[in-house]
Write a protein of this length. Sequence first.
Length: 345
Amino acid sequence: MPKINLKALSKQEVESFIKESGLPAFRAKQLIHWIYERYACSIQDITEFSKDLRDALSDKAYISNHVLLDRQISKDGTEKFLFELEDKATIESVLISEEDRITLCISSQAGCALGCVFCLTGKLGLKRNLKAHEIIDQIINASRLILPRRITNIVFMGMGEPLLNFENVVDALWRITGLMKISPRRITVSTAGIVPKIKELAEKAPMVNLAISLNATTDKVRNYIMPVNKMYPLKKLLDACREFPIPPRRRITFEYVMLKGINDTLEDAKRLVNLLKGIPSKVNLIPFNPFENCEFKRPDDEAVLRFQQILVDGNVIALIRKSKGQDILAACGQLKAKYTYGRKI
Ligand code: SF4
């Protein structure tokens, strides 16, 4: 009989497994604690269990772990991890250290089907959805790798569209908040705009933060750079944001990757102010980080500042985000893309 992967089990399934193994209920609690808070790599790591118990459990179960294929550290401290899954699919996670927080940016799919034209992951296509434990294992592995530092915030902004892997992402969110004990206030799910699932996220997931990868102020430009817009155009997307229940003192984050001559004009900035009316929002302006053979350019710093000023004058909170880890290809999907195209960096 194949061994059971304990990390793939829900809390209830771990409890049943312990019961069926003839063990007292508190063993399930210990097991969950060691997997999610002490990052045990194997049952043998659980030193709270006797050697006999560890051996007995190891005969029928195991704890899976992503294999670390590569780890790169940027001059600015950003770290990238390339992980291999049990079926050899590869995904990446990015760790961003700031003064008051350490954020892990995680993937929800291997690849992505949405094909945003400014994104290397989009060019790879979708390999498959990640299971809930594969999403969480990025946090567990990165947490173990950076000890004694601790991850404080999680963002679903790595490879893939989280809301197209809805069930697994929601399952992962419940485990991250319930079993890893990370507050939902410190978790952000970012979507390219899968409108029906935005509402469902509010209904079915813990009350996490929502981010929208917006990147354009007209349907014409958004259709071109983010084909998902043809199915869920700007008006529908922003209406869904208006209806999203936002707790007091929280805002929806709008990510805006600035592409020179495409979406960085003063008219765009003015339109953006109007589009966001009625939504408690914050805009992150991200000057594009060009990759090899890409058609887009990064706007000049002056253009970025002018754009920001129009938003601020329109009472929109707007921050300019520096592209982190440029020297290690930290833009979405770039490390993975290098591997896929067969040229290890
Ligand atoms: S930007 Fe995000 S949604 Fe768009 S192709 Fe890349 S990974 Fe997918």
